[in-house]
Design a protein around this ligand. Structure first.
Ligand code: AMP
Length: 382
C-alpha cells in the first residue's frame, strides 16, 4: 500500500514522499479514502499513530486552491502546542499547494492573528477559547466552514472545553463534513460523536497497548528525597547500560515541581528547561526548540504542557512522579516509541506511589519490572 492507492493527488503524494514517508500508517490508510469521499469520520487514534496527516492530507485535497476570505476548514485542538504542530504538518504536506493556513491560540498577542484572518484563510487551526473570542468580536467568520475537525476530542473534554466546543459548533453552517479523533471512547465522547457526526466511517487503530509494547519500561523504588539524586545518576549513567542519556522528557506532577527539578538538574550540570501552563508561549516554544535541537538534555514538563508535543525519536521518558490517572501514564510513555521506534520509560516510585503503579499495571494488563535501586538511594527507601 502506498499513498497513491489512497486516492491522493500527485501534489500531495510528492510532498509526503519528499518528507520521507513511503507507507501510510494504518490510521492514514483507513481514514483518508472515506474523508476524500466526503464522509464524516470517527477515528480512534492517539498521538504517534500518524493521525495528523490522516486528516491534513485529505483536507488539503478537498480544499483545492485558495478561495475567498473566510476559512472553509476548521481544526479545533486542545493545546497551543498541538495547534502549532498541526499548522507545521499543513505546511509540510501542503508545500505544493497554494492554500492559506492560519493558527490562532491564546497566550500570545491577538493582533497578528486578526491580521492573518483579514488577509484571507482557507484552513484555520485553533484552540477553542481564542477562537470564540475572535469569532464573537467579528474577526473570525466561521460561516463558510465546510470541513470541521475535532482533534484529541477526549483531551478537549478532560480540559473542560465541552461548552466552548458547542459554542463553536453553533457558529458553523449546518451542512458540513465532520471528523472526530479521540484516543479513548468514554461515554462522553460517544455522546459528543452522536451529536456531531452523521453516519460516520469508523476507523480504530492500534489500541494504546501496542504502543506500550514497544516501550521498555522500568521502575525504581526510591525515597522522595532521593529522586533527584537518582535522576542525575540516570542521566550520567543510563538505566540499562545504554550509557548517559542525551535527551529525556521528565514528567512532574506540579508546575512548581517542574521548575524546582529543572533548577536542580541545571545545578548538577544537566542542561534543562521546564514547560508548563505558567510559562509564556514564547518560553515554551523556545524550550521545545532547544530540546529538539539537542541544546537541552532534559525537558521537565507537567502533564498538560506535554499534550500533543511531537518530538521525533525521543529515547527516554521519565515519570519523576507517577500520574494519578493510569491513562496518563500510557499517554506519557507513548511519547517515546513513536512512528515505529522503540523507546524507554523509567518511573521513580516512592513508597506512597506503589498503589498508583499497581493501578497502572492493571490498566495496561502488564507489569512494570523493578530495577535494582543503586546503593546510595537504597539506604533511605521506605
Ligand atoms: P501524529 O500521530 O500525527 O502525531 O504523528 C506521529 C509522528 O509520525 C509524526 O512525527 C509524523 O511526522 C510521523 N508520521 C506521520 N505519518 C507517517 C508515515 N506515513 N510514515 C512515517 N512517519 C509518519
Amino acid at each position: 500500500m502506498n499513498f497513491n492507492d489512497l486516492g491522493l493527488e500527485p501534489e500531495l503524494v510528492s510532498a509526503v514522499a519528499a518528507h520521507g514517508y513511503t507507507t501510510p500508517t494504518p490510521i492514514q490508510a483507513g481514514a483518508i479514502p472515506p474523508v476524500l469521499a466526503g464522509r464524516d469520520l470517527l477515528a480512534g487514534a492517539q498521538t504517534g499513530t500518524g493521525k495528523t496527516a490522516a486528516f491534513v492530507l485529505p483536507l488539503l485535497q478537498l480544499l483545492g486552491a485558495a478561495e475567498g476570505r473566510a476559512p472553509r476548514a476548521l481544526v479545533l485542538a486542545p493545546t497551543r502546542e498541538l495547534a502549532a504542530q498541526i499548522l507545521e504538518s499543513v505546511r509540510v504536506y501542503g508545500v505544493n499547494k497554494r492554500l492559506r493556513a492560519r493558527v490562532i491560540f491564546g497566550g500570545v498577542g491577538e493582533q497578528p492573528q486578526i491580521d492573518g484572518l483579514k488577509t484571507g484563510c482557507d484552513l484555520l487551526i485553533a484552540t477553542p477559547g481564542r477562537l470564540l473570542d475572535l469569532a464573537e468580536r467579528g474577526f473570525a467568520n466561521l460561516s463558510e466552514v465546510r470541513h470541521f475537525v475535532l482533534d484529541e476530542a477526549d483531551r478537549m473534554l478532560d480540559m473542560g472545553f465541552i461548552h466552548d466546543i458547542k459554542r463553536v459548533i453553533r457558529r458553523l453552517p449546518g451542512k458540513r463534513q465532520n471528523l472526530m479523533f479521540s484516543a479513548t471512547y468514554t461515554p462522553d465522547i460517544r455522546t459528543l460523536a452522536a451529536r456531531i457526526l452523521v453516519n460516520p466511517a469508523q476507523v480504530e487503530v492500534t489500541p494504546p497497548n501496542s504502543t506500550v509494547e514497544r516501550v521498555t519500561q522500568l521502575a525504581y523504588r526510591v525515597a522522595k528525597d532521593d529522586k533527584r539524586h537518582l535522576l542525575v545518576h540516570l542521566f550520567e549513567n543510563g538505566a540499562n547500560g545504554e550509557g548517559p542519556w542525551y535527551q529525556a522528557l521528565v514528567f512532574t506532577r506540579t508546575k512548581h515541581g517542574a521548575n524546582r527539578l529543572s533548577q536542580q538538574l541545571e545545578r548538577a550540570g544537566i542542561r534543562s528547561a521546564a514547560i508548563h501552563g505558567n510559562k509564556s508561549q514564547a518560553a515554551r516554544t523556545r524550550a521545545l526548540a532547544d530540546f529538539k535541537a539537542g541544546k537541552l538534555a532534559a525537558l521537565v514538563a507537567t502533564e498538560v504542557a506535554s499534550r500533543g508535543l511531537d518530538i521525533r525519536e525521543l529515547p527516554q521518558v521519565v515519570n519523576y512522579e507517577l500520574p494519578n490517572v493510569p491513562e496518563d501514564y500510557v499517554h506519557r510513555i507513548g511519547r517515546t516509541a513513536r512512528a515505529g521506534n522503540d523507546g524507554h520509560a523509567v518511573s521513580l516510585v516512592s513508597a506512597d506511589e506503589a498503589p498508583l503503579l499497581r493501578d497502572i499495571e492493571k490498566t495496561m494488563r502488564q507489569s512494570v519490572p523493578f530495577a535494582p535501586t543503586p546503593d546510595f538511594a537504597r539506604r533511605r527507601f521506605g
